[in-house]
Design a protein around this ligand. Sequence first.
Ligand code: ATP
Length: 355
Amino acid sequence: MANVEFAGVRKSFGAFPVIKGVDIAIEDGEFVILVGPSGCGKSTLLRMLAGLENISDGEIRIGGRSVNHLPPKERDIAMVFQNYALYPHMTVAKNMAFSLMLNSASKEEIDKRVNYAAGILGLNTLLDRYPRQLSGGQRQRVAMGRAIVRDPQVFLFDEPLSNLDAKLRVAMRAEIKELHQRLKTTTVYVTHDQIEAMTMADKIVVMHDGRVEQIGSPLELYDRPNNLFVAGFIGSPAMNMIKGTLSPSAPDVFISGDGTRLPLPHAFPNAVGKALVYGLRPEYIRLDAAGQPAEVVVIEPTGYETHIVAKFGGTEVACIFRERVQVAPGESITIAIDHQHVHLFDEQTGMRLLD
Ligand code: ATP
């Protein structure tokens, strides 16, 4: 096991910069997820860590040692790919044993490690099958088994669950997390799915356009996003964003474009006169007979909760209510906001205003 550091890392393809100066410190044993929209550079960063792409500038260190010039096989890492990359003509056991055979490990050592990995992943009864005889989830497990047998310092995962259906993705999420809890191997995992990031990571790195927007634990990012990008990216349904300004006479009241008055947890005297965005997570809106009116646009009962989109504050806001709500589109509900949990951002810079 080892820590991993990216220090001032840059990467250009020709004249086109895709990684624009990235610093990330990953501790020994941590499960870190790089998340961001398509094209933000997360796979490129992972591939540079794996040694599959050159670095244009900066340094990558594994266990304190610069790996900039080390070929992949000398980095002591194991990578699990989105398409599993299993050898179709080899059995499950051979697929898992292959890298050990290349390294001339003894038959005894190979059997021991393959059986250990198969035991952890529940593959013992499938060792003689070929990849085509496996389900998607089982293939993914074999790909992980192949990484586990190598007992590397660092596991790298590149969108490993994208090819699975929704139900299996949820099951595999839990399996990978459990695997990490057992093995405690430093893990760097790339996904564009913020739910995957929230549910699995010790630490999330949110990337956008070749840069790191914020690094933190899932709940730090959820509760205190640094900027509008992170606020909008983390959370599902997404944070509601209402544009407006502060009341000049009462800087603890936000006034939306349509004149709706929304109390803030405290005054923001320095933000008077600025264009602002009021951020409100859907679960901090509740039904309240004495609240403010909102017109229902869409109602989505999930059984456990009721999701409603309603016109409010000059925009449409998503609300999540724990109770069942009997209401039809076009009708009005009255809502109240738990204003201790609202966020305020400068619309121009996108930055969070300090609380
Ligand atoms: P996705 O989730 O779609 O895979 P990503 O965040 O992983 O996206 P990367 O694959 O790292 O993004 O790509 C980042 C940028 O680098 C993109 O604009 C992509 O087009 C570009 N890029 C990636 N590989 C190359 C290459 N070999 N040559 C030129 N440009 C590349």
